[in-house]
Design a binder for this molecule. Structure first.
Ligand code: NAD
Ligand code: DAU
Length: 356
């Protein structure tokens, strides 16, 4: 693999997973030029990339993937050779409130990028369109079984429907136009820089401020959690060694019921805050009105990625959670900044009635 002369467009690089991907690529491959295209929505934050913003191989472009002309123009100007596409509206609860925004960014935005790649790469070798997707496209599991790469798509939320549609378009461009593509579908990520609308950082923030801890339904829903840096290492492997036209599932073999996870976060956060006895924040837990269409269980069969590319999740959950809680407690200003302003409006709209 040529470690030079790659001009990689990473979309959504100012978001949670994207910022970890950008940092990793910029540091590990100084010979690559990394271009981060991000619209800086509520979820995008350049503070996530402060430590690498002056690296000579890092470039930021503020722009929106819904803007077809802009995408075409920057392809022309910078001559990207590869794309790692992460930009998306990513929160299921927001998709229930406003599905159209998810169609515009996740479906149309992806098609704009595919069209630009098709036009500018012109069927020449040495290119790749890597589409980062989610396990939610497969729907919901009962108590047994796991999602495999050939599990039929069965998305339930507007978010997962929009990601499923974008996956289908990526495959369609591979089959119809021979565009070199690869897709990965990953389970729930956690770690530093995750916007506190998602379960783990929302719960940490609420424990910190002694606010109620909203658990949807009876808390029995199950998610398969993966430390974000393990996801990034999988993306690195798939980007360099994945086979064009293929799909790879990524997951940590780490299933937790929401209620057990929230209780665990109470114990760890209390301990790190020096609150005695640790675990007292459990009294803040409130079972609230369930998410509409709430998928019950996700679990990933990651055997293809392990056997074909030699990937292994490295972070054990206890260590990863402690690291994550410590990061939020040590980065008070970051947390304060992202939870002030518009976040308050969002939080009140989503939780006021539920918690009343
Ligand atoms: P995020 O919401 O934290 O970040 C999304 C980023 O995309 C933000 O920086 C935002 O500004 C940018 N963005 C949004 N709309 C845009 C637009 N129209 N044009 C340009 N930029 C735009 O999301 P995340 O959790 O980091 O997820 C990143 C990707 O990974 C998404 O495609 C998501 O579907 C996928 N994914 C996420 C998880 C997870 O657990 N978070 C798991 C599997 C897959
Ligand atoms: O599985 C991958 C997906 O994981 C990604 O594609 C999505 O972008 C990402 O947001 C995530 O989706 P989830 O809906 O699983 O994540 P969320 O953190 O929103 O919720 C996790 C679980 O916790 C889910 O069962 C709903 C529940 N929950 C969530 C919130 C925000 C609560 O019980 N209370 C809450 O306040």
């Amino acid at each position: 693999m040529n470690l030079r002369n790659k001009k990689i467009l990473i979309t959504g690089g100012a978001g949670f997973i994207g910022s970890h991907v950008v940092r990793f690529m910029v540091k590990k491959y100084p010979g690559y030029e990394i271009y981060n295209l991000d619209a800086l929505t509520y979820a995008g934050n350049l503070a996530n990339l402060k430590d690498i913003e002056n690296n000579p191989n890092y470039h930021f472009i503020k722009g929106d993937i819904r803007d077809r002309k802009l995408i075409d123009r920057i392809f022309e100007e910078f001559g990207f050779t590869h794309i790692i596409h992460l930009a998306a509206e990513s929160h299921v609860d927001r998709s229930i409130e406003n599905p159209s925004a998810f169609v515009e960014t996740n479906v149309m935005g992806t098609v704009h990028l595919l069209d630009a790649a098709l036009k500018h790469w012109n069927n020449k070798d040495g290119h790749l369109f890597y589409h980062v997707s989610t396990d939610e496209v497969y729907g919901s599991l009962g108590p047994t079984g796991k999602f495999k790469e050939n599990t039929p798509y069965d998305p339930h939320s507007p978010y997962s429907a929009s990601k499923a549609a974008s996956d289908h378009f990526v495959r369609a461009y591979y089959h119809t136009y021979n565009l070199p593509t690869v897709i990965s579908n990953c389970s729930n990520n956690y770690g530093p820089y995750q916007f506190p609308e998602k379960l783990i950082p929302l719960i940490i923030n609420n424990i910190l401020h002694k606010n109620p801890l909203p658990v949807y339904g009876d808390g029995s829903n199950i998610r398969d959690w993966l430390y974000v840096e393990d996801h990034v290492k999988a993306i690195d492997l798939i980007f360099h060694r994945g086979k064009s036209g293929e799909t790879y599932n990524i997951g940590g073999d780490n299933e937790w019921r929401n209620i057990d996870l929230v209780e665990k976060l109470c114990e760890i956060t209390d301990e790190l805050l020096g609150r005695q006895p640790a675990g007292q924040s459990k009294k803040l837990i409130r079972f609230v009105k369930d998410r509409a269409g709430h998928d019950w269980r996700y679990a990933i069969d990651n055997s293809k990625l392990k056997s074909e590319l030699g990937w292994q999740p490295e972070m054990d959950f206890e260590t990863g959670l402690r690291k994550t809680v410590k990061w939020y407690l040590n980065n008070h200003e970051w947390l304060q900044n992202v939870t002030s302003g518009k976040y308050r409006e969002y939080y009140d709209k989503m939780y006021k009635n539920r918690l009343a």
